[in-house]
Structures are given as structure tokens and as C-alpha cells.
Design a protein around this ligand. Sequence first.
Ligand SMILES: Cc1cc2nc3c(=O)[nH]c(=O)nc-3n(C[C@H](O)[C@H](O)[C@H](O)COP(=O)(O)O)c2cc1C
Length: 343
Amino acid sequence: MRDPSAEWHIDIGDYPSAGSDAEKLSFLLRYAILAPSGHNTQPWMFQIQGDQVELYADRTRGLPVVDPYDRALTLSCGAAIGSLRIAMRRFGHEGIFELLPAAGDPDLLARIRLGNSWTPSAVDHSLFEAITRRRTTRRPFENEPLPEQLIDQLRAIAAEDAVELVLLTEASAKSAVAALVAEGDRIQFADPRFRRELGSWVHSRRAASRDGMSGAGFGMPDVLSSIGGLVIRTFDMGKGIGAKDQEISLHSPALAIVATAGDEPRDWLSAGAAHMVMLLAAGACGLTAAYLNQPVEVDELRPRLAAAAGVQGVPQLLFRLGRGPQIQPAVRRPVAEVLRKLG
Ligand SMILES: Cc1cc2nc3c(=O)[nH]c(=O)nc-3n(C[C@H](O)[C@H](O)[C@H](O)COP(=O)(O)O)c2cc1C
């Protein structure tokens, strides 16, 4: 049986510095696939052509109930772009990212080249090193404020990708948003289709598919993962989960909302890339994150989230930041499985 964490162990010495652009891009994709994705669907497909790599949305991995517009799918692909950008810089390339380059092909999300040479800074190195350490940590966080320097860095990242970042650290602001998270849980879990879809993506880290979420990620022993899926499918646990999420949100040092001026695939890609780099900046400070995306996913809660948090644009992602326990990484499909062969 393959090590379920294999994709997270990358030897930087394997970088083909004397190789072709195609060989370099193929290596760098090992960092792209470590990006987070909704339900760990990993909805991406890549194709290397000469000196460029194309990123395609794999819509067969969509989540029609929780994500009917493929927004989270596109945000996830944006996160892969963010990870790739940081990896490229670490290995001395500026990275050129052309988003949605073909008007007639909405599945082609980006065309990417290495571009000019880049001298990586100390920050570039620290962001890069956080890629393989990043986890979605659904446990409670320590009650300790975010470092000021991290807050400045998060704002700079938002500016680079032209997205809006709202950080909530005061109890009153957090509590209004935490109440919406709980309401989102209740609405979502009351829908058997939502439960069936979520349950079908919960399985053991040792399952052959190398995607989806293990019960371990939710704090249960991994061996219970298959039962976890069954339990999720069968019972409406929205009230209990809502109460727990509300509590956990309120006691996290910061809630972060990434929003965009528009609400189109291009905005989703930018928000996905920016939030990935924010997660890495947090990781470089020893912090971690967990998503509370329910109020973004439930249509009627989205404007209420914007109003409660003072967001000017359209909220795309809601996550909490703080110091959490070390957990096992989630499984990933290897690059070979997501690289489309030409011809
Ligand atoms: C766009 C997006 C939305 C997500 N929404 C949620 C969410 O609402 N709740 C949650 O627990 N995790 C959410 N996740 C986290 C994924 O479940 C997680 O990334 C995936 O299981 C892989 O685990 P990892 O991030 O530890 O690698 C989301 C991730 C992305 C990229």
C-alpha cells in the first residue's frame, strides 16, 4: 500500500535545473497539487505543451449540490495557481499566468509559463516552505492574537491579487459571522442531497482513490472514515455541527473573508490564488487555517455575511486563522494522474 502522505514529501534536489521548461513545469506541478480544494476533489487537470502548462477545470469532479456554479471548483484551481506561483519564485522564475486565455473554452482556466528569472527573497523561501506543511485544521485554535507583521503581509497579498480582505478579530464581529456559519450548517445538513454528496467524499486516507476527506481530518480515528460517510448521509447533524462550528469560530483569533468586486470565474481564480498565498503566509508564522464556507455556499446567507462583516464586494471564502495542533496531511492524486497526455 502506497504511503498516503507520499505527495507531501518532495526533495527539492530533484528540481531539474538543467532540464527543459517542460521538465521544470512538470516538477513544479508537484506543489500545485498540494493546494486545498472543496471536499478534496482536486478538480484540476494539467497539460504541458512546449514551454507552457495549461490548467483545466475537471468538471467531472464538481459538487453539484454544495457548489452548483463551480465557484469552489474554480477557487480551488485558483489555489493551485497560487501554490505554483510561490514554487516558481522559489526556483527562480517570475511565473507568467494568463487567466482564461481562450474565450471559447471556459474549461481552460490558465496558461502558465516560467517567464523571466526571479531572485527569491527570504519571504519567498518561507512561503514556499509552508506549502508542504499546510493543512486544513478543523480543530480549535489557541487563543493568541495574530502577529501584526502577519496582518500586514495578508493585506499586501490581497493588494497583489486585487482582492478584498476583511479580518475580524473582535468578539462582537466574530459572533455575528459565527451565527451565520451555524445557520449555514443547519440549512445544509437539513438537505439530504447535501449530506449524500458530503458523505460520498469522506473515506479513509488509505482508500485507493487518493482524494476526498478522511474522518481523521474531522478528529475521528481514520478507521471510522467509512462509517463517518454513512453517518453523514443518514443523520441530520446540522444543529450539533452548527453549535460546534459557532463555538470554534468565536474562539479563533481571527476570521478572514476574501471578497472580490465581481463574481465571475476570473474573480474566483484571483480569490483562490490570493487565499492560498495567505494560508502560506500564516503557515510561515506557524499558524494554520480552517474553512467556514457555509455562509458563502448558501445563496441567501451570502449578502448577510457581507453585511455582518462589512465586506464591500462579494464574499468568496471564509476561514479562520490561528495556531492549531499538528495533523496528518490529506491525500493527493499524484501529478501523473492529473497530467493529460498530448496526442
Ligand atoms: C474553495 C474551498 C472551499 C472549502 N470549503 C470548506 C468548508 O466549507 N469546510 C471545510 O471543512 N473545509 C473546506 N475546504 C477545505 C477542504 O476540505 C480541504 O482543502 C481538503 O479536504 C484537502 O485538505 P487540506 O487542505 O488539508 O490539504 C474548502 C477548500 C476550498 C479550496
